[in-house]
Each structure stands twice: as C-alpha cells, then as structure tokens.
Design a protein around this ligand. Sequence first.
Ligand code: F6P
Length: 532
Amino acid sequence: MTDAAWTAFDAAAARDREARIADQFAADPDRLSRMTVEAAGLYLDLSKQSWTRAGFEACLELARATGVESARARLFGGEAVNDTEGRAVLHPALRAAEGADYRALGEPVSVEVDTVRRAMADYAQAVRTGRETGATGKAFTAIVHIGIGGSDLGPRLVWDALKPLEPAIDLRFVANIDPRDMAEALTGLDPETTLVIVVSKTFTTQETLSNAEAAKAWLAESLHEAGRDSHFIGVTAAPERAAAFGCGRTFAFRDWVGGRYSLWSAVSLSCVIALGPEAFDGLLAGARAMDDHFVSAPLETNAPVMMALAQVWNVDGLGRSARTVAPYAHGLRRLPAFLQQLEMESNGKRVHRDGRPVERQTSPVVFGEPGTNGQHAFFQQIHQGPEVVPAEFVVVRRTQGDAAEAPLWANALAQGQALMQGKTTEAARVELSGVDAAEADRLAAHKTFPGNRPSTTIVMDRVTPEAVGALLALYEHKTFVEGVIWDINSFDQWGVELGKVLAKAILSDVQAGTPSAGLDPSTAALLDRLMR
Ligand code: F6P
C-alpha cells in the first residue's frame, strides 16, 4: 500500500512538474479555499505551492498510506515513538490543561507536569516580586541562561519574540563554548543581583558544563561557596547530576521530552521569570490549541499535515533540496535557527526505522533570515538561481503597537507574488524600449524571472504568547508528520554523537601537547598549527 502510494505520488509529481502555479487558480476555482486553513489563530496559505489538485490528492493518499493518523495516535498515546531509545515523545503533555491524563509508556505523567509548572510559576513570582532574593538580600535583576541546542534555541526565540522594550529583568543567553560568549553575557552584571540558570537535559553537554563552571566561579568570586547556591539553578532531566554540580535548586523534566521539543518544560524557566507565568501560560495555551487542531482536523484541512505534505512534495516529488523561511517580524528573527535544529536534527536521517537505507531525500537544508533583511541578501538566488528553493513567509499584521505594519507585510506578499508570477522576457523587453535591439536582448535575459516558484504564507495578527505557541507547535507537528511519511525516527540524533566523541579525543591530545598517532594527516596538521 505504501509503495503504491509513493508510485502514485511520483507519477503525480512528474505530471505537475511543468504546471504553472498561477494557472491553477483558474483551472481549479476552489483552489484558494482548499489550500488555505485557519488553525489555532494562524492563517495558512498553501495555494502558491507547486501542486495541482491531483498532486495534492496524491500527497494526501501518501499521508493515509504511510499511517499518519495512527502514528499521531501513538505519539499522543505515549507509546515508544522514539524507538531507538525506547522512549515516548510527549511534549504535548507539557502544554495540556491542568488535570489532563497523559501517560508515557503507560505511566501517568500529568500530575508531575502540573506540579513542576506550579513550582516554576511560584518561583518566578517570588523572583519577580523580590520575595526570593540573592545571598546578600538584593532582588535579582538579571538572569544568565546557559544551555545549547534545544536547551537554548526555543527560550531564546520566545524571549526575543515577547520581551518588552524595557525589560525589568535583563535576560541573557550563553550557548557557545567560546569564552567570548560568556564574557559578553557577564559584562556589566553584578553577581549579587544575577541568577544563573543552567539548562541541560543530560547535564553532560561539554559546552554547557564548561560555561556553567565559568559562571559558578564568577558567582563564587563575590558571593563565596555558600552564597553562590541560591544564584545557581539547574534545569535538567538528570537532577542528581545538577545537584552534584552544585546547583542550589533544580527544576526537572523527563526523558520523554526531546531536547528540541523541550521549550514547553522547565527549560523555559528563565522566560517564565522574565516574562511572567501568565505569558508562559499563554504560550502553552497557543500550543495546546494547535495540538487540538492537529489531533482532530481531517488530513486535508490539517495545518501541520498540509505543511508536511508541501515539504515532502517539494523534496521528494520535485527534487528541491532546500527551503528558506523568512519571518517578517523582528521578534521572530530566531525562527530560522530554531527550525534548523527542529527539522534538520529531527529529520536529517539516512535510514528507515527498521535500519534500511532511505531511498529518498529526507530533511531539506533549512535556512533563512528575517524579512525584509533576507531580501537584500540571498533572495536573488531564490528568484533567479537555477535551483528552485521553496520559500515560507511568516507575516505578522501588527508587530508593534496598534498600527498595521503595511510596509513589512507588503514586502512579504510581494515576494510570494514575484516568485509565483515571475517576469517574462517580453515584459523585460518592454522596459528596455529605446535600447539598441541586440543590447536589449542581452539585458532582457538578465531581467527575466522564470517565476513558478512555490511559497507558503503563514499569517498571524500579533506576536502574542498564544500565537508564538501555536506557530512553534505547528512546526513540531509538521516535522513529526514528515518523519512518519519518510518512515524515520524523528526523535533521536545519533549523528551529533561522533563529533562529540572526537572533540573529546582531540582535547586530550591538546592536553597531552601532541597530536595522537592515529590522526589523519590533515587533522594532525591543523591541530599542530592551532597548538603552536
Ligand atoms: O546537539 C545534540 C543535542 O543533544 C541536542 O539534541 C540537544 O538539544 C543539545 O545537544 C543540548 O543537550 P542537553 O540539553 O542535554 O545539554
């Protein structure tokens, strides 16, 4: 059944390859209504994707044949969806309404989720109101959040998106093992009024532990060992390691929370404090609304499913190996970085669940910049490069105050329009009237845009906690659906491990003062040069 659906998908893609997107609106008068959907306060328009009605139907059939609906039930049912690590994948439990009853591998988890959420809110309020102070009795006015990957990107995005112009708490993030990152974060801060929150699911990550050591030393310099603890908080799925490391207090989450799906957990403690528990509740509510939509909407009007199908269609049907994402909102500028981890760490996989090599491409390269900045950088290639790169625009009606941000979204709409319609050589020739004929021919070639390039547009009214929660949950479920269709495990990341192991080995060579005998000549020479 799956093979037949893929065969039909390939045949439909071969037929649609040359179809003009712009012509489809006349060919199929329902196109706009069928290709647009409202979900959890977001409006999605996939009508500028390169599929005809028949192409979209073939995609839906593929989703059915590959078992998207039953996989979705297994995810929400807390089954061992991460089957290389024997774990449930239950981030929706973290944003469920209080009193829900989620189970991970049969074990009830919701009571614990509610307890941690309340503890976070209490602690956040205590810090915000000055009830909880530093060792010398002064209120906390700054937070240094230390973490990397999933322990950094989500909270960083949320903070950028939702922070007030003049925050009461100065929240700073440190991820890179380059000491410069920590040095910049600590500059101007007073240890007496600074809270350090170390976020690491495993509490073994080299970058995070090394930065945490530096922050610990910085605190201890003025507060001494005893005073330091109340300034040094851990967030982890390994609380015993955090305690052994010296965290005075720990907020925990479980191993059924994947790192890149963890922003709904205590991983966002720094944001809960700096933005307030109500904003965090709003974020969870928006994600919950998207969860409700994802579990209940039929596949053909299911926003994450439609987004996933557009991706699979572009990647596997039409051979497009990259996708660009442009959030037209300064607050969402970290979205491309967040999606790089979410999508490429989840679905950058080369074998199926049973270990067989995949026959098709999985995750595309995901990259982007906020609009309109990206327009003045890499959009040239998206418009006229020989390879088609599907684009995604996240457009916000009001990014600031009550005024509609027309120049911002006019630009976003113009990009989608230009990509779809392009500019013919004839139109370019008209612009060149008066120019010598041979020269006009030459210039017209440069000024011609092929068009017929696909894009998706997502519209939100404002960058509220609810809208951000819905948007990020949309992308999480999209990523999951793609993994189901590709029959890969979206929830492990073995590919990151080898580099970690080798970095440790190289570091011991550095400590020994000489490259080890087994190193390849190139790496040995590079190391030698760096050690000089
Ligand atoms: O880069 C691999 C990775 O394991 C990510 O999946 C994870 O988000 C990140 O490192 C940080 O891991 P931890 O939260 O355990 O420090």
